[in-house]
Structures are given as structure tokens and as C-alpha cells.
Design a protein around this ligand. Structure first.
Ligand SMILES: C[S@@+](CC[C@H](N)C(=O)[O-])C[C@H]1O[C@@H](n2cnc3c(N)ncnc32)[C@H](O)[C@@H]1O
Length: 278
């Protein structure tokens, strides 16, 4: 049986979150995080983390920050520490079987996930950020943008007890083949890439239709004024005003770049074209 969860100590500003969710009324960027209740039909990211102060972070800036302020999406952090065990709210312990580092405890993570999921809509997938996970892709972000939101668990130390991942059937997703100190940067990358696909977040929706990966190709090179820079002119075709030639040039550039830089994407693109022809 798990030990009782000790409610968090009162902080200077009173919490409106019944001691569970990390919500502190303040004039700082954290006020951008809309707590409960969920706004109807608004995409919501819930982040379970030992470092709630890392949010919104970059997500509070620029287009994602404005969209957060405008209520086009919601962000909520759950402070893992407040689910910690005992007087010191311990969240980790040594690895079973020995070895270096510490592991986040199942009886800490479990209640945090249950708290996040209480009352959450069905269609809010649960992801654990992990270097062992499926690499993030644009397709993943497009699928997530069509869901009601996402609940993200950020690991620290050596990671989390496997039993909690198995119990909740968590999907593991990776930012890439390298090891970060914690899942927070990966969580912010995933949220950023998804939120920009939500309706109304980008001024110009067609920009997400023409960018890298949207058609299975890398994007063509981009240029802007001045027309000549350090003796390098903008390619003549782009100055021609001939839309058909410009579109053809861009397509060729995209295909060449993808073939040279990303043979994996190129092969998938080619086989997709073959399927279309079949
Ligand atoms: C130091 S890492 C743990 C690495 C783990 N011991 C391993 O070898 O797979 C601590 C936490 O950072 C996060 N993390 C590290 N690298 C990541 C990546 N490439 N993508 C997503 N999350 C990552 C995970 O949440 C992980 O639990």
C-alpha cells in the first residue's frame, strides 16, 4: 500500500488547487497557466514535473504565449514533489538490483497521473518523455493537435519505475537519440510543435501546410530582401513573378534536399508516390 500523500506546505501565496496542482496566483509568467476547470473544447497540456517553475518557459513567448493568453490552449503543471512521500516528500529511491543514480517511485508517479487524469477527457493521451521512446515526428504532432490535449510525464535522474509505465500503458516519446537531464525540454518541444498546429495559433494557416515534413519532404530554401547580399543574388526564378516556375523550382529543391539529407524520408516519399500510382 502506498503511504499517504502529504499535502504541500502552504506557500506565500495561497494555492487555489486544493494542494495538488501547482497553481500560484502571481504576476509572473506562471499566471499564463490556466488551472482547472478545463475550458470546453480547448486543447490542454498537463505536465507532471519536478520542475514546475520551468513552465511555461519558452511556451510563454511569441505565438504560443499569445495563444495561451488568448485561451486558444491551456497549460497546467502538476508538481511531482507535492506527491512525495513522508516529511521530506521523497520522490525517488535507489534502483532495485543496484547501480548508479535514483529512480522516480511508482507510488509517487502513480497518484500524480491519477490526479492529472481525474475528470480529463478520454482523448487526452498520456506520454512519458524518454530517450527510449518513439522519436517525435510531425505526424505525431498532427495527431495530437486533433486530440483534446496531452498529459506528459517528465522523468529525472535514472528515469521512472517501469511498473508505472506498464500500469498506465504509457507511450514513450523521444526528442532524439541523446540523453537529456530531464523530460522538461522534450515536453516543451512537443507542446510547441503541437500548439502551432491548433486553429488560430498561427496567423497564416497555410504556412503549416507548406513547411518541412507536411508533404513528406524538407522545405525548399527561403530568401528575402536585400536582392543581393555580399554578392549573392536571390535565385533569379524567385524574382520572376512566374508562379508556376517558382512552384516547380521549390518542389525540385525540396526533393533534392530530402534525397541528399534524409534518405529515410526520401524512401518513404517515393514509396508513397508508388502507392498513389497503384
Ligand atoms: C538522465 S535521463 C534518464 C536516462 C535513462 N537512464 C536512460 O538511459 O534511458 C532523465 C530523464 O530525462 C528525460 N529524457 C532524457 N533524454 C530524453 C530524450 N531524448 N527524449 C525525451 N526525454 C528525455 C526522460 O524523462 C528521463 O527520464
Amino acid at each position: 500500500m502506498s503511504d499517504p500523500i502529504i499535502p504541500p506546505e502552504p506557500v506565500a501565496a495561497p494555492s487555489r488547487a486544493q494542494g495538488r496542482k501547482s497553481i500560484r496566483p502571481s504576476a509572473q509568467p506562471r499566471e499564463l497557466m490556466t488551472p482547472v476547470p478545463d475550458l470546453k473544447n480547448v486543447w490542454k497540456a498537463q505536465v507532471i514535473t519536478l520542475l514546475p517553475g520551468a513552465f511555461p518557459g519558452i511556451l510563454g513567448e511569441s505565438l504560443t504565449g499569445k495563444a495561451l493568453q488568448d485561451g486558444l490552449w491551456q497549460l497546467e503543471t502538476l508538481d511531482l514533489r507535492s506527491f512525495g512521500i513522508g516529511k521530506h516528500r521523497n520522490v525517488d529511491d535507489t534502483p532495485a538490483g543496484g547501480g548508479a543514480g535514483m529512480v522516480l517511485r511508482a507510488d509517487v508517479i502513480g497518484p500524480a497521473i491519477q490526479s492529472a487524469q481525474a475528470g480529463a477527457p478520454q482523448n487526452r493521451p498520456l506520454f512519458y518523455l524518454s530517450p527510449r521512446g518513439r522519436p517525435m515526428t510531425q505526424q505525431m504532432m498532427q495527431d495530437l493537435a486533433r486530440a483534446d490535449g496531452v498529459t506528459l510525464l517528465c522523468g529525472r535522474f535514472e528515469g521512472v519505475d517501469q511498473r508505472v509505465l506498464d500500469h498506465f500503458g504509457m507511450q514513450e516519446v523521444s526528442l532524439g537519440d541523446f540523453v537529456l537531464t530531464g523530460g522538461e525540454i522534450a515536453a516543451q518541444a512537443l507542446i510547441d510543435a503541437t500548439v502551432r498546429l491548433l486553429p488560430g495559433v498561427l496567423g497564416n494557416a497555410s504556412s503549416t501546410e507548406e513547411e518541412s515534413f507536411s508533404a513528406g519532404l524538407l522545405e525548399h530554401p527561403q530568401y528575402t530582401r536585400p536582392a543581393v547580399w555580399n554578392d549573392h543574388p536571390i535565385p533569379e526564378v524567385l524574382m520572376s513573378g512566374h508562379h508556376g516556375r517558382i512552384a516547380q523550382w521549390r518542389r525540385e529543391q525540396s526533393e533534392n534536399l530530402t534525397r541528399i539529407r534524409r534518405p529515410d524520408l526520401w524512401a518513404a516519399y517515393q514509396s508513397g508516390k508508388d502507392d498513389d500510382r497503384a
